[in-house]
Design a protein around this ligand. Structure first.
Ligand code: GZL
Length: 321
């Protein structure tokens, strides 16, 4: 049978095909896995747990190699973790600084190692803002102001307040306290009669509230708590004292964790101001921009909403933490 192709064309095609099969395709260089070191504060509250879940699950989704450290509430453990991340040569360091001060020396070491640092959740006090690439978190002062404004309206600007403070020296405790105090000062009928730290812990909120009830008894009209976990502890103490939380004593808190919104819907807490912990996506988008040499905003604030009897029940189905 006559060949369909002249033999020399056939041989040429066969040669080209053989050559193509034998020439290794230029292997794409394997995509480098991004390594991120995250120095987390600890596991003091439901908010913190949700924050850790967001950071870990989003890293896994994006194929990021996350080196995670839980400092168990101690700054020295966080600083040790940052030094370890520098030694490991991670690409970016993320810190949720437990307290505001004492960060410059280790941040200078990260800068010398040319590793960018993202501050997430809590800010720091430093004279040299070049020591960190950016801050991603909430505006704690605004949260304190929103809580005070809501309370002034709800209480008609009258009542004795006891305050449950967050972790001593932390940015949220400092700013939520200052904002609330600045706002309440405008109402002569509102008076902060006592204020103590419960360290953002539920057990701390319960213990401090028990002491307040013992000391002030029925003189207490209002509880202002720097986070929901301490407020939920205070609810337990108020009930154990035979009083009705949300009715005999008004309770205003911050975080808007699901359990607190449920308590608002049940009338046991009167208001909680949101402080979203779901930073994962925003942090890793920022990591990608920094590694691509892009500039990022120095401060990026999350949007926070206020929940009370009017909107709590409707919000519950969509809450993620
Ligand atoms: C706020 C965060 C605080 C929460 C607490 O961004 O730092 O720490 O309000 C958490 O619940 O423990």
């Amino acid at each position: 049978m006559k060949s369909l192709l002249p033999s020399r064309v056939f041989l040429t095609l066969a040669g080209v095909l053989t050559l193509a099969l034998l020439t290794p395709v230029a292997a794409q260089p394997p995509k480098k896995t991004i390594k991120v070191g995250f120095a987390q504060t600890g596991a003091e509250s439901a908010w913190r747990t949700a924050n850790t879940v967001s950071m870990k699950s989003e890293a896994e989704k994006r194929g990021i190699d996350l080196k995670f450290s839980d400092a168990q509430g101690k700054q020295e453990n966080q600083i040790r973790a940052v030094r370890s991340f520098i030694t490991q040569g991670v690409d970016v360091i993320v810190i949720a600084p437990i307290v505001e001060t004492g960060w410059d020396p280790v941040l200078r070491e990260a800068k010398r190692a040319k590793i960018p640092v993202i501050l997430t959740d809590r800010t720091i006090q430093t004279a040299d803002e070049s020591l960190f690439a950016c801050f991603i978190g909430s505006d704690f002062y605004e949260e304190g102001r929103l809580a005070a404004d809501w309370l002034a309206k709800f209480s008609g600007g009258k009542g004795n307040i006891v305050e449950l403070q967050g972790t001593a020296g932390s940015a949220p405790a400092n700013e939520r306290r200052k904002a609330f105090g600045d706002a309440v000062a405008k109402y002569p009928g509102l008076k902060i009669i006592d204020s103590q730290s419960g360290d953002f812990r539920r057990s701390g909120g319960k213990e401090v509230m028990e002491a307040f009830i013992k000391k002030h008894g029925k003189a207490i009209n209002i509880v202002y708590s720097h986070n929901d976990d301490m407020a939920l502890g205070a609810v337990q103490a108020i009930e154990e004292a035979g009083l009705k939380p949300g009715k005999d004593i008004t309770i205003v808190a911050i975080d808007a964790i699901k359990e607190a919104i449920e308590a608002v819907a049940a009338g046991k807490i009167n208001c909680t101001v949101e402080c979203s912990p779901l930073f994962g996506p925003k942090v890793y988008d920022t990591v990608a921009k920094l590694l691509a040499g892009q500039t990022v905003p120095k401060k990026a604030y999350n949007k926070d909403e206020v929940f009370d009897a009017k909107n709590a029940a409707a919000a519950l189905p969509s809450r993620q933490y």
